[in-house]
Design a protein around this ligand. Structure first.
Ligand code: FAD
Length: 494
């Protein structure tokens, strides 16, 4: 068979041999099965669109236990699904419906192992929630500049496994750019100790970068060394109404010229995205009287020189933007609380979408220069295909990353709409993304959701190299089978 683990016998026996082996490693109370526990939190994805079935959820306490769990599963031919906070959006970290996959939860590995102030590094275990890692940095007067709306639940391991981006990618890069070292359990249960906090290390292939973004298909991340930066003396947030996407791109240019590396965030949201937030979170305040501009932009400035300097700079750049016509109205948050509220509005968009009902998500990236043309063309084609479909378009414009999401027509049956149109709309959007030189997954990854789609859009040589790497590091397909590389595309076990 394609996946030797799948052919394991008595997979449905409640007390099969692998469970006994796992109990011996982590203690019986940390091997959860449906017989004894409600496994919804581990079996269902964050969007609640898919519910798989786990053979068991196993919760090791440290790296040695993770390695022993991997070896036990290997000995019994059980496939493993590593899981952190289960906030991933592409079904990478939830089990499939087979009932054979063991969910390896990293949640008990949450220690802060070290903070080195002179080296500006933080060493944390994989199950540490991102917010706790941020707090550990802040407690030392430092900053871990990786922030996303799921930071209260997602883990350092998950963030690295998916190479997550966030709102400061524009300045500090993705998770990849913030990681100096890793500790990884390999598919055959060895431990690679690569926990070095070096900014320069050219001693052969960079294994760290191979594991980052591999979505748990090549190894299990158990700890990481993360880069920190000094906390800026001041951070200011501004909100601007803009007449079009082209104007938003022009405003980005103005902000980059005026603020230089101080510009740490630049988010865009269309009118419908904000209307949905108002509808589902009516208690949130409105930033501007100009509520119905086609787009709004959120800017963040981080300034080592302090608040007065930051405010003068930000106001000067916004004044310039208003004069140039790329902004209709703008406001600079006057307090930290107000700035938080502005970010909160932005972060409520995915939640408002979920409240509004099922929708089709596209996490795409394009050269910034192509975004206005892409969106104009995609909207026309979308309306031609599905008249009345509502586009919720928002994202990290500074990184060329849009969440180009589609909601059913107002009042329509969302489930029926998705059944009828989801596949065709995906193809329409992704084909156009390719035509404009973009990517079909900017930050959420491939998982199972896009594994069958990837071959259509990925360079064939790149795909072949990816398969060769999988074959070299996990020849028996024990780790996250069918994720990233779909079953039919995967190499066979020797
Ligand atoms: P999980 O969901 O548990 O796992 C994700 C993938 O990583 C799975 O394939 C899993 O098998 C693998 N994995 C997890 N832990 C490990 C490990 N220790 N070793 C090896 N593999 C592992 N993503 C962004 O990039 N930018 C955003 O701005 C962003 N915003 C979000 C907002 C919301 C509201 C939500 C729900 C999600 C958002 N995401 C975003 C997606 C998600 O939060 C990130 O991908 C996050 O990094 C996932 O972390 P997690 O711990 O929840 O991982």
């Amino acid at each position: 068979t394609m996946h030797t683990p799948m052919s394991a016998p008595n997979v449905t026996a409640p007390d099969d041999a692998v469970l006994d082996a796992l109990r011996a490693v982590v203690g019986p109370e940390h091997v959860l099965t449906t017989a004894t526990h409600d496994l919804t939190a581990w079996e269902q994805d964050w969007r609640r669109r898919h519910r798989g079935r786990a053979r068991a959820v196993v919760r090791p306490a440290d790296t040695a236990q993770v390695a022993a769990v991997v070896r036990a599963c290997a000995a019994h031919g059980a496939p493993i699904v590593p899981q952190g906070g289960n906030t991933g959006l592409v079904l990478g970290g939830v089990p499939d419906a087979s009932g054979t996959e063991v969910v390896l939860s990293l949640q008990r590995l949450q220690r802060i192992r070290a903070l080195d102030r002179d080296n500006l590094t933080l060493t944390v275990e994989a199950g540490c929630v991102l917010q706790a890692a941020q707090q550990a940095a802040a407690d030392a007067g430092l900053w871990l500049p990786l922030s996303l709306a799921s930071e209260g639940s997602c883990t350092v391991g998950g963030v690295l496994a998916t190479n997550a981006g966030g709102t400061q990618v524009l300045r500090f890069g993705n998770a990849r750019d913030l990681c100096l070292g890793l500790e990884v359990v390999t598919a055959d249960g060895r431990v690679w100790d690569g926990l070095r906090g070096l900014r320069k290390d050219n001693t052969g292939y960079d294994l760290r970068h191979l594991f980052i973004g591999s979505e748990g298909t090549l190894g299990v991340i158990t700890a990481a060394v993360l880069k920190l930066v000094p906390q800026p003396a001041a951070q200011l947030t501004a909100w601007a109404a803009v007449p079009s996407l082209a104007a938003a791109v022009a405003l980005l240019g103005v902000a980059q010229r005026h603020l230089g590396p101080g510009l740490t965030g630049f988010e865009v949201m269309n009118r419908l995205a904000l209307q949905l937030v108002r509808r589902h979170f009516p208690a949130l305040p409105q930033p501007l009287t100009e509520q119905d501009a086609p787009y709004a932009v959120l800017l963040e400035l981080s300034d080592p020189e302090g608040e007065t300097h930051a405010r003068a700079q930000l106001e000067a750049s916004l004044t310039h933007a208003l004069q140039e016509g790329c902004a209709l109205d703008a406001v600079v948050a006057s307090s930290v609380a107000q700035a938080r509220t502005l970010w909160h509005i932005r972060e409520c968009i995915p939640l408002a979408q979920a409240e509004e009902g099922l929708n089709i998500k596209h996490d795409i990236s394009l050269p910034v220069s192509r975004i206005p043309a892409f969106c104009a063309q995609a909207e026309v084609e979308l309306q031609r295909h599905a008249p009345g479909a509502r586009l919720v378009n928002f994202g990290h414009l500074g990184d060329g990353n849009l969440h180009f999401n589609v909601q059913c027509p107002e009042g329509a049956d969302a489930a029926a709409f998705l059944r009828a149109h989801e596949a065709a709309i995906n193809t329409l959007v992704y084909d156009l993304v390719r035509a404009h030189g973009g990517s079909i997954s900017a930050e959420h990854g491939i998982g199972r959701l896009k594994a069958a789609t990837l071959p259509r859009y990925q360079d064939p040589v790149a795909l072949a190299l990816m398969r060769a790497i999988k074959q070299a590091l996990d020849p028996h397909h024990r780790l996250n089978p069918g994720r990233v590389l779909a079953d039919g595309q995967a190499p066979t076990a020797p």
